[in-house]
Structure formats: structure tokens, C-alpha cells
Design a protein around this ligand. Structure first.
Ligand code: FAD
Ligand code: NA7
Length: 517
């Protein structure tokens, strides 16, 4: 006798799936969709867009699925920032900063004894507890805002139909009038370096590493690499950064050099102009033997490390999307999705935002703002576009670096050296004096247009740089001029006041070291 129980489960799934496909196809041809908006990716940009869409009474679904890292690390809802980016990174940076404060606290009269230790396990546990609370918070918010959440991988069947595949490989189809792709990116691994995939970790793993990383090699010299090397050094680990070319690619060159100089003076080692060529596990002691090649003279060197950490950039996470089925185009080189100023792809009902789009800053507030504005345009009649210019950001290295607007190099290229004026100062934060902290790299640079005094870029290297820069970034986006800046009254005694006190130009060649109050 025929019984459903006698039929293999995958066969039942396959039949249901085909039936579903036919029904969905008929409905979507008639313009009837399951959802007004389907968002693929529950990270910074996707969640913001989904929640904003639901606020206008629209039927919204968001799908989020995390493929484990190459070393098997997994995490929950919320995307890169919450799980393996900004949040755990800033907390680990804070742990390192506290260590520095402990070291100088005797100068402020504290007697904490000599036996200060740090527990990596406790730090990881507490950071991960916070991350889990954020994962839960996101789920609750989606529920409260009546956004349907699917813990499933999304791929395009056609421009309105998304196939959901859950972790048991069960497939379901849903249709949406509008689709937003917000799938972010994942760390890049090097090609052709034997042992890299087997033994090296990435930013997907470092924040939940169950054992202390020990002696660590960080490969890469951009912001993820330097931030992580900074906190590892601060937590007491022997840390080496392998630099292929420049420090902090994409940022102001002088500031990048100062950041690295400060890290070097505080104990991080640097191997310049080199790339790794081999990683293998030693049988005798389990250490990772790394060989690298100097790009200057071709010499090959080697050393042993407990952890090798690649921070050599990120790739858009488009591998599961089947973009071809919908006709969405990507840039040939970056593999990122091409969008216009409305965040619309080449397909009229499909949009993309956040880290997955080509030629835009990879930052959480950018993704959040873009998601919100897109939902307002789709469902609230707004015509406001995301302004990708003058986006402030901070590099959370031990000495923090915050910036908004143009770098010196870009300003020179855009306006010409004789059409810009640069005001600068080396200063000493008050709290560094009694603490006897190295202030050699505390530096500020403001770049102005000579013709109208408009400020083109602000660069601040010093404590709490992000907190300092946020307000100046608002002023810059309102068209701040040098005259307005230097006629503003400072807040004393702060490091931020040094920005409004700037009066020495680079061109003058005068000593830019600030003395006195
Ligand atoms: P994500 O947040 O990456 O979210 C995308 C989500 O989609 C992920 O959960 C992913 O698993 C999921 N997904 C992918 N494919 C599919 C699919 N096919 N189906 C379903 N789900 C899918 N930015 C800052 O502003 N400040 C910082 O201090 C900062 N620090 C950082 C530190 C590190 C180490 C890193 C790596 C990044 C940092 N960033 C920082 C950048 C920031 O995290 C990203 O810009 C931001 O998370 C991008 O958001 P998003 O929505 O584009 O993508
Ligand atoms: P970035 O900003 O893309 O920088 C990558 C760094 O890695 C940079 O220093 C590169 O050196 C270096 N790199 C790249 N490929 C290699 C290889 N094969 N070998 C050695 N070194 C290499 O990446 P991040 O990970 O720091 O940040 C990515 C984004 O995540 C960033 O925009 C943030 O918003 C979050 P180069 O200067 O090219 O010589």
C-alpha cells in the first residue's frame, strides 16, 4: 500500500519544491508576491532596511545564514559588525587599553602590586556573552517589528523568487516585489600559500579563539591587521605584522606611518616588504613554521609562531546567490555588485547595499544609513539618497586614528599642492604627562582649500579619536571653514581643543610641536 512514510524524505521535499515552484511562478507573473520586501543578509545594512520597511506596514522577510569560517567558527544573527567585526574588536581594544592604564596607574598613586595577569579565556567569554546578547536582541527586534526571519541561505531563482536553503538542506521558495542584497563580505585567504587554509585563522576566528593566541604573525597591514595586532600586543602577546607594501592602505600615508611608528615603539614587531610563502605545522612542538620572502631582495626567512592570522582584505559573499538567475551584474575585478545612486542593481526591483557593493566604504554606519534611506525611498515616497562622501571613521589601533574627508595625498592630487593649506600640530594629551606615556605620534592635521578656506579633511591621532571626530565630522558635512574652526572656543583641558587651536601651516616649515596650554 502507498504510504508517505515509505517515500524517502528527500523525494518528498523535491516534489513539494517543484509544486511550490509552479505556484510561485504563476503568482509572481500575476504581480502577487509573498512579501513587499525580501532582504538577503541580516547584518548591519540588511537589518536596518528590513526594520525600516516594516515600520511602513510592509510585509518584510529577512534571511540570514552564516557559513562557518575556514577554521569552522560560526555565529548568530547580526552580521560581521556584531559577531566578528566592530563590536568584539572594540572590546578587545578596550581590554588592551585597560592593560596600559594599569601599567601607568602607579604614577597616579594606585598601588596594584606586581602580580597583574590577564586571562584570554575570561575576555573571550565575556565578549562572546555580549555578542550573544546582541544576537538575541536582533531576533527580538525582528519579532517585535513583525519582520519574518528565516535562518536560511538565499539564492535567486529569478528576479522575484528566492530559494531558501536551511541547515538541513530543506529548500523553500518565497517571492518578493523588491529584493535587497545585503550579504556583506568575508575575509580573503591567500591563493598558493601552502598551509594557509589548513592552519591560519582570520578575523572570523580571532574573537572567539578558545586558547590564547600566543606568539602571533599577522599578515597584512591595513586596518583590520593593525587593530588586531595592536590589541594582541597590548594583551601581552608577542606580535609581528608582515607588511607587503604600505601601512593602512587607503588612508592618509603620513598618518599610517605614524600609527605604525607608535605600534613599533610600543612593542609590535614589523617585517616590511615581505609576503609569506609557506606555513607548516612542526611535528615536534606543534608550532607553525612560516617562511617568507623579502620583496626587496628575494631573501627567504623563517620563524615559528603559535598563531598565523591573515588580514589581507575581504571578498563579497556572493558565492551562494546565483546572481545570474536574476541578471544582477558584478564588477569584474572586485566581484562586488554594481549599483547606481539609488542602490539599484541593473535589475529594476533588485537593490544592494553595505559591504557587498562596489566602490563604497565598508563601514557599519554606512550600511545602516543606506538601508534606512532605501526603505524610505521604496515605501515612504522619500527621494533622499545616501551621501557616501565625507564619511568619518576611526582606526582603533593602540593610539587611535580618526579621520574625515580627504587624505593629504588625495587633496594634493585633486586640487594641486599650491591650492591647499595644511595646518598641523604634534601635541601632548594632558593625561600622558603624569602617566609618562609616549606622545611622539599624537598629531593633528587639517587640510583646507586655500581659495575659500573650506576644510577638506581632518586627521586626528590620539586618545579617544572616534569620540573626538564625530562632532567635527558633522561640522565638516555642514561646510566648515578654517576661519570657523579657529574662531570656535575649545574645551579645556582636552586633546580635541588642539584641533581648534591649529595655527601652524606645513608650508611654513615652523616647528609644529605645541608647547604650554
Ligand atoms: P554584514 O554585516 O557582513 O552582514 C551580511 C550577512 O549576510 C551576514 O550575516 C552573512 O552571513 C549573511 N549572508 C551572506 N550570504 C547570505 C545568503 N546567501 N543568504 C543569507 N544570508 C547571507 N565598521 C565600522 O563601522 N567600524 C568598525 O570599527 C569596524 N570594525 C571592523 C572590524 C573587523 C575585524 C571587520 C571584519 C569589519 C569591521 N567593520 C567596521 C566593517 C563592518 O563590520 C561592515 O562594514 C558591516 O558589517 C557591513 O554590513 P553589511 O550589512 O553589508 O554586511
Ligand atoms: P584591506 O583594507 O583590503 O587591506 C588588505 C591588506 O592586506 C593590505 O595591507 C594589503 O597590502 C595586504 N595584502 C593583500 N593581499 C596580500 C597578500 N596576498 N599577501 C600579503 N599581504 C596582502 O583589508 P582589511 O582586511 O584590513 O579590511 C577590509 C575591510 O574590512 C575594510 O575596508 C574595513 O572596512 C573592514 P597592500 O597594501 O595591498 O600591499
Amino acid at each position: 500500500m502507498f504510504s508517505l512514510q515509505n517515500v524517502q524524505r528527500p523525494t518528498v521535499y523535491a516534489c513539494l519544491f517543484t509544486l511550490q515552484k509552479c505556484l510561485r511562478s504563476i503568482c509572481s507573473k500575476r504581480g502577487q508576491f509573498d512579501y513587499d520586501l525580501i532582504v538577503i543578509g541580516g547584518g548591519s545594512g540588511g537589518l536596518s532596511c528590513a526594520k525600516e520597511g516594516a515600520a511602513y506596514g510592509k510585509k518584510v522577510a529577512v534571511l540570514d545564514y552564516v557559513s562557518p569560517s575556514i577554521q569552522g567558527t560560526k555565529w548568530g544573527l547580526g552580521g560581521t559588525c556584531v559577531n566578528v567585526g566592530c563590536i568584539p574588536k572594540k572590546l578587545m581594544h578596550q581590554a588592551a587599553q585597560l592593560g596600559e592604564s594599569i601599567q601607568i596607574s602607579d604614577k597616579y598613586g594606585w598601588n596594584i602590586g606586581d602580580n597583574v595577569t590577564h586571562s584570554w579565556e575570561t575576555l573571550v567569554q565575556n565578549v562572546q556573552n555580549h555578542v550573544k546578547s546582541l544576537n538575541w536582541g536582533h531576533r527580538v527586534q525582528l519579532h517585535e517589528k513583525q519582520v519574518k526571519y528565516f535562518n536560511a541561505k538565499g539564492s535567486f531563482q529569478d528576479k522575484h523568487t528566492i530559494k531558501l536553503t536551511d541547515n538541513k538542506e530543506k529548500e523553500t521558495l518565497i517571492t518578493g516585489e523588491n529584493i535587497v542584497i545585503a550579504v556583506g563580505g568575508r575575509p580573503r585567504y591567500p591563493e598558493n600559500i601552502s598551509g594557509a587554509m589548513d592552519y591560519a585563522i582570520s578575523s572570523d576566528d580571532i574573537f572567539s579563539l578558545s586558547k590564547p593566541p600566543g606568539k602571533t604573525l599577522v599578515v597584512g597591514a591595513s586596518y583590520v591587521a593593525l587593530e588586531c595586532a595592536g590589541f594582541l600586543t597590548g594583551l601581552g602577546f608577542d606580535t609581528t605584522v608582515m607588511v607587503r607594501s604600505v601601512y593602512l592602505r587607503g588612508f592618509d600615508k603620513q598618518m599610517g606611518n605614524l600609527v605604525a611608528e607608535n605600534m613599533r615603539e610600543n612593542g609590535t614587531r614589523f617585517i616590511s616588504s615581505s609576503v609569506p610563502t609557506l606555513i607548516e605545522k612542526r611535528l615536534d612542538n606543534g608550532l607553525l613554521r612560516v617562511e617568507w620572502k623579502s620583496l626587496e631582495n628575494g631573501n627567504v626567512n623563517e620563524d615559528n609562531f603559535e598563531t598565523v592570522f591573515f588580514a589581507i582584505g575581504r571578498e563579497p559573499e556572493i558565492r551562494y546567490l546565483q546572481l545570474k538567475n536574476a541578471g544582477v551584474e558584478v564588477d569584474i575585478q572586485s566581484k562586488k555588485i554594481i549599483v547606481d545612486e539609488f542602490e539599484r542593481t541593473c535589475v529594476d526591483n533588485i537593490y544592494a547595499l553595505g559591504d557587498v557593493i562596489h566602490n563604497r566604504p565598508e563601514l557599519t554606519p554606512v550600511a545602516i544609513m543606506a538601508g534606512k534611506l532605501l526603505a524610505k525611498r521604496l515605501f515612504d515616497g522619500s527621494n533622499k539618497l545616501m551621501d557616501y562622501n565625507k564619511i568619518p571613521t576611526t582606526v582603533f589601533t593602540p593610539l587611535e586614528y580618526s579621520t574625515v574627508g580627504l587624505s593629504e595625498d588625495d587633496a594634493v592630487e585633486k586640487y594641486g599642492e599650491d591650492k591647499i593649506e595644511i595646518f598641523h600640530a604634534f601635541y601632548k594629551p594632558l593625561e600622558y604627562t603624569v602617566g609618562e606615556i609616549n606622545a611622539n605620534q599624537c598629531y593633528i592635521k587639517v587640510i583646507c582649500c586655500s581659495k575659500n578656506g573650506k576644510i577638506l579633511g581632518i586627521h586626528f591621532l590620539g586618545p579617544h579619536a572616534g569620540e573626538v571626530m564625530q562632532g567635527f565630522a558633522v561640522a565638516l558635512s555642514c561646510g566648515l571653514t578654517y576661519d570657523q574652526l579657529c574662531s570656535s572656543v575649545g574645551i579645556h583641558p582636552t586633546s580635541a581643543e588642539e584641533i581648534v587651536k591649529l595655527n601652524i601651516t606645513k608650508r611654513s616649515g615652523k616647528d609644529p610641536h605645541v608647547t604650554g596650554c
